[in-house]
Structures are given as structure tokens and as C-alpha cells.
Write a protein that binds this ligand. Structure first.
Ligand SMILES: Cc1ncc(COP(=O)(O)O)c(C=O)c1O
Length: 502
């Protein structure tokens, strides 16, 4: 009987030529490997009976349990059949080739890699991925929330409570439209704060998924979507992903021009109108009531749905936020999209659509195929956070902070204008960014700023067609402290001065 501890190389066991590796893995795994190799090499044939555990154990000088564990492993992998009270036989049908460890002398596999055929493009990669890839001293790109000020500890408690819930309730598949508890709280909140009633809510992975779903459900290749001539490219890409073509509509200082939209609707068979009426992206202007009515009536007369993207509703400083288009929608044509990316943080990937009844089930069915549902524990945690008042407390706090930051930005710019720079802007009533006319080519200014390690995004980044250089920059101030705003604006004013003197 060989001494198992010293097993190495080839061992003849009961005329099975077993080769047992000598390494630090447990003995049963090494014996299983030896048996597997014997089967793979054909020394043990399908249907052939293995010596009994007792005999194998005796021959190998190991405990019977070691053999039982080894054969158990091979039964689980499909190499052996039988046990525990029946003899083990080599399986009649062996695991497919794919799972076999490669025989030592197998011919080399072909090296040619598959050339993928992509059925469609993945859109233009405009989505901001944070600034980590582009380190700079100050960044005013985007218009995100201040991630440093989110009450993570408070939310952690809600998350803990959600996780302590019975897993059988929250850990399983749920309603594809969203977690009822979250939907209920959100519906009450939307009714109270945004005057939205009579809508059905569908929870999505951020508003981006909502826009993608709407595109897939309503648009056929070649359909037209009317958009502001300056806008939010990820939404455009979601519509393009459905094969749609975009029709840019003229904007002025008050948002989309209804007459320009009417002209576009006369010329093109538009199937969807995409708007950010509360704070136009990227110019931040609030669409005045008269224009809202005019645009709604145009859409209603022609039976065209409107996708209303209300992404930072609460951050409005001047008066109460203006009620969304969806709050007065007798024709039931508005698809309302919103998100917790600004209220909480973007990586939470929680957004929702609030849609007319008729669209709810088709959307829920479609999202079942795409992402099935959103994370239920997360929705439960947010519902709890809403229940205990944390959600609105955070909103109130951030509204104050962002307003203070907006005012600091305006003061810094006013100082620049007083020093003779050709700056112009309208103080935004809300939102998280300011649209600055810097009086010259804003691509140039952004490049000049970049050289000073300041990141600002020029108008051309948001334009449908960047045919001529714009004069605007979008300054996302919400995520910057007062010191950062002052430091960043000092660099920006220098950059503008440098380009105007060129
Ligand atoms: C116009 C607009 N819509 C929607 C969003 C939010 O998208 P999501 O909810 O997918 O994070 C943003 C965020 O930057 C935005 O600017």
C-alpha cells in the first residue's frame, strides 16, 4: 500500500494507472483529478464500474471518507454516476468537451478570434463619467449634486432596516413596475410637491432607462423626435438607439420657441417631443407658462407625445417650482421622467416615469425584458428615508446650500464684469448650473481654462450641430464649495481675459 502522504507521479492502483499530483490541495481533490484524467484519457470507459470505495481507500492508503469525497465531487461534475449505496460507474454521457481539462497532447486550438458583427451602434459616448479621468484643480462640468454633503450615515440606517426585513419579502423578484412601498411614497410626494395626480409610476434605473424604454416602445427606425437645438445628449442617444432621427428646434432666452416647433411639425412627421421645461438643459431657463400652453396645444392637436424630463425639480430658488406639464395633461400625452440622481446621488440609479394609465403596462412589460426590475432593498430604504422625513430635510438643506453657491458664483462673475470683461448671464431661478455668455469663442475659453487646470464645458458640447462656435459656457456650481467657486472663477476670468486679448 503506497503511503499517500508521499504519493507522487504515476501510481498503479488496482490496475488503474492513476496519476496523483503532489501539491498542497486536499487529498480528495487530487484523487478526483487522477480519476478524472483516467476517464478523459479513455483508461476508464463510460459505463465501467469503479473499484469499491473500500478497495480504493485501501489501495491508496487513505481513509474511506477521502474516497467518498473524491467520488462525490466527480458525481457532481457529471463524470461518475451512482453512490452512496450503489457502486460508482463512469457516466454513460460524459460532460461536454468544453469542461474537460485539456489533454496534454491535444492539438493546439485555433488562435483566430471571433470578429464581432454589431447589429447597431452604441450611440455617442457623451455620458459624463466623473472627473477622475481628467484630473484638474476645479471642475464646473455637469451639474451634479455635492456628493460630499449627502447624509450617508442617515441613509445607511434606512438601508440597514431594509436589509433586516424578511428576505423572502424583499429578496425575490417583484413587480417590474417597482416596489409598491416606494411607489406609494413617491406618488404622495409627487402629488404634494409637484402637483402630479392620476399617473402611474414605473421605477427605472435612472431617467436614462426611462428614456430608452420610451424610445423603444414608441419609436420606429426613421421616426422623428423634436428636441431643443441645445440639449441633453444622453437622452438624444436613447432616442437614436431606437433608430429615430432628431429634429432640432430653435431656442431663445426663454426656451423652445413655439413657432419654431410648429414649423418643424409642419415639415416633419414628428413622433415625440423631448423637453426639459423646468430648467432647460443646458441653458437652465424655465419655460414660461404661455409657451408651455402653446407647445402643449401643438402637441395635443397633432397627437404627439411629449417626454418631459424634470431632473432637478426641487432646486428652484425664486418661487415655488413651477408645476410640470404633466400636472395639467387632459390629452394624456405627457410622459414624465424624473430621477434621484440630483436629489441623492447619480450612482443610486433610481429614477421613475409617471405616465398615463394606457402606457403603464406596455412599459412594465418592456422593462421586464430589459432589466426586469430595480433593486427592491434600495427602494425600500428610500421609502423609509421618505417616511422618516430625511428625504425632505436633505432637500431643504441642499436648496439653501445651492442657492448660496449660485449667489457666490453670480457675485464672482459680477466682479469680472465690473473689471471690464464682456460677460452676460441671466441669474437662473433654479437648477444647479449657470449659462454664461463669455463674449467670445467659448471653445477657446474652455481650452484656455484647461491649461489652467480648470474644467468648464462650452456651448458646442450641447449643440445639435456644432457648426459655429458658441459664446456660452455651462457652469455647474452646485457641487462646488464657496472656496472652490471663488478659486475656479478667478481662473475662469483670467482665461476669458486671455482669450479676449488674443
Ligand atoms: C437633463 C437631464 N436629464 C436626466 C438626468 C439624470 O439622468 P439619470 O437619472 O439617468 O442619472 C440628467 C443628469 O445629468 C440631466 O441633466
Amino acid at each position: 500500500v503506497p503511503d499517500f502522504a508521499n504519493l507522487t507521479g504515476q501510481i498503479y492502483v488496482l490496475d488503474l494507472n492513476l496519476s496523483i499530483a503532489q501539491d498542497r490541495r486536499p487529498g480528495y481533490l487530487r484523487i478526483a483529478e487522477g480519476l478524472r484524467q483516467a476517464i478523459q484519457s479513455g483508461r476508464l470507459k463510460p459505463g465501467e464500474r469503479l473499484p469499491s470505495c473500500r478497495r480504493l481507500a485501501g489501495a491508496l492508503g487513505v481513509h474511506r471518507h477521502t474516497i467518498t469525497a473524491a467520488t462525490g465531487e466527480l458525481v457532481a461534475e457529471g463524470w461518475l454516476e451512482g453512490g452512496p449505496r450503489r457502486a460508482h460507474r463512469v457516466s454513460a454521457v460524459l460532460p461536454p468537451d468544453f469542461f474537460r481539462s485539456r489533454a496534454r497532447h491535444a492539438p493546439p486550438r485555433p488562435q483566430k478570434k471571433l470578429k464581432w458583427r454589431l447589429a447597431r451602434g452604441a450611440g455617442t459616448p457623451h455620458v459624463a463619467s466623473g472627473d477622475s479621468a481628467d484630473p484638474c484643480r476645479y471642475s464646473f462640468s455637469g451639474g451634479g449634486p455635492d456628493l460630499r454633503l449627502f447624509p450617508y450615515e442617515e441613509f445607511r440606517a434606512c438601508m440597514g432596516q431594509a436589509l433586516r426585513q424578511s428576505p423572502s419579502r424583499l429578496g425575490d423578484y417583484g413587480d417590474p413596475a417597482g416596489h409598491p412601498e416606494f411607489i406609494e411614497r413617491m406618488a404622495v410626494y409627487l402629488r404634494r410637491v409637484r402637483a402630479l395626480t392620476g399617473r402611474r409610476i414605473l421605477v427605472t434605473h435612472g431617467s436614462q432607462e426611462g428614456m430608452f424604454l420610451v424610445g423603444q416602445l414608441l419609436l420606429r427606425p426613421g421616426d422623428r423626435v423634436a428636441v431643443d437645438e441645445l440639449g441633453f445628449q444622453p437622452a438624444w442617444d436613447a432616442f437614436r438607439a431606437a433608430g429615430a432621427e432628431l429634429v432640432p428646434v430653435r431656442l431663445d432666452g426663454q426656451g423652445m420657441v413655439p413657432e419654431a416647433l410648429e414649423e418643424a411639425l409642419q415639415r416633419h412627421d414628428v413622433r415625440l417631443i423631448y423637453l426639459t421645461p423646468h430648467h432647460q438643459y443646458p441653458t437652465t431657463v424655465t419655460l414660461p407658462a404661455a409657451r408651455r400652453v402653446a407647445i402643449y396645444e401643438l402637441a395635443s392637436r397633432r397627437g404627439i407625445p411629449i417626454m418631459e424630463d424634470d431632473y432637478d425639480h426641487e432646486f428652484h430658488f425664486r418661487s415655488h417650482p413651477i408645476a410640470p406639464l404633466a400636472s395639467a395633461d387632459p390629452s394624456e400625452l405627457v410622459i414624465y421622467a424624473s430621477t434621484l440622481s440630483k436629489v441623492m446621488f447619480p450612482s443610486i440609479r433610481l429614477g421613475f416615469l409617471a405616465v398615463p394609465q394606457a402606457l403603464h403596462q406596455p412599459l412594465a412589460d418592456l422593462r421586464t425584458v430589459v432589466t426586469r426590475q430595480s433593486n427592491i432593498f434600495l427602494q425600500e430604504a428610500v421609502a423609509r428615508w421618505m417616511d422618516n422625513g430625511g428625504f425632505e430635510r436633505h432637500l431643504r438643506r441642499m436648496r439653501r446650500v445651492y442657492q448660496e453657491r449660485r449667489d457666490a458664483l453670480v457675485a464672482a462673475l459680477a466682479a469680472g464684469r465690473a473689471s471690464g470683461l464682456p460677460l452676460d448671464w441671466t441669474v437662473p431661478d433654479g437648477g444647479m448650473a449657470l449659462w454664461l455668455d463669455c463674449g467670445g469663442d467659448s471653445d477657446l475659453v474652455a481650452r484656455e481654462a484647461r491649461a489652467r487646470r480648470l474644467r468648464v464645458l462650452p456651448e458646442s458640447r450641447y449643440r445639435f450641430k456644432a457648426s459655429h462656435p458658441g459664446t456660452h459656457l455651462r457652469l455647474g456650481y452646485a457641487s462646488r464649495t464657496l472656496e472652490e467657486i471663488n478659486g475656479g472663477m478667478e481662473l475662469l476670468l483670467k482665461s476669458i481675459a486671455a482669450t479676449t486679448s488674443k
